[in-house]
Design a protein around this ligand. Sequence first.
Ligand code: SAM
Length: 341
Amino acid sequence: MPAQTLAAQPGRWLWTCREGFESHLFEELLWADATPRLLGPALLESERRPDVTPAFARAAEKVIATWAPAGGAQVPVEDILDALSGLPTHVPWVLRAFTPDSERGNTQAGRAEALEAAVRAALPSHRLLEEDHRARDAGALLVGLCVAPDGVLVAGAVSAREALSLAPGGRRRMKRAGESPSRAAMKLEEALDGLAHEPGRGDLCVDLGAAPGGWTQRLVARGARVVAVDPARLMPELTKNPRVQHVQQSAFAYAPEEPADWLFCDMAWRPQEVAQLLAKWGRRRWARNLVANIKLPMKDKNPLLLRVRQILVDDGGWEGLTVRQLYHDRDEVTVTAHRMR
Ligand SMILES: C[S@@+](CC[C@H](N)C(=O)[O-])C[C@H]1O[C@@H](n2cnc3c(N)ncnc32)[C@H](O)[C@@H]1O
């Protein structure tokens, strides 16, 4: 790890990841011949953006300008506006200032907030999209200001449609005011948030490794019927729900009575064996859509992930595969895919 945050180079790609996972993202970029460089905790750059999105990347943007003034002096807003002046203005912008998600990076949160407010105030109001959630539909440009430790500031941009995440630095917080959902439930909500369509009323969902029931609970709340497969106990409120059927056995021994619309899997089990089970579901066309959380407690994660991808696609026939370590994922990644009938 560099002793001080390094400045990204204009024209290269800036990547954020979960702190502690830099080596895994570095390896993915290296394997894709993207010539990576570690800039600091939770922050990397690469020469190009690989065709297959790296699993351990949270967000990526193309670097426009970098500043690292001596003594960490404040970069004048005019200099930032000047650097952004070359960006296309025929599409609306979504402005995000963020810090690397690391212990040191998070100390810069106040600086990032103040900078975003200053740049926002200096831009013509019609330039910024008011409803950020419409960014992809509106063909907006995501303009990112990465406020890193040691006075480093990086401005970058990426089309919202090609962005890995619309959240600042890819930190997609799902918690809403007044709610205290489990981390498992937030993992599911974040995974569903990234999909073109979501499970809804009347859909049949199978939830493998369902206990204690965070995912099942969220799916039922969306109006779906859920077959929850897990030898362990479910929350009592779920066992009483007529739209939940608890199959108290191993997922490896379970076969559905009818094809499901959605297969969910959050089983705490060996990744390769879970992948083989999910491949069986794909091959037999037991489900059309897949959302699975794959646990990766081992040190050498990328070779295993490659094998998991291969099993799901080659043996399972799953299509449109995405493999991402989401904001709420720890030593794990979330896989989504679908299967044509
Ligand atoms: C991380 S927890 C799942 C949490 C759940 N998604 C939730 O939202 O509450 C992992 C679960 O995998 C289950 N599991 C492990 N091996 C399994 C197997 N062979 N078949 C079914 N479930 C299994 C465990 O019993 C445990 O309940």
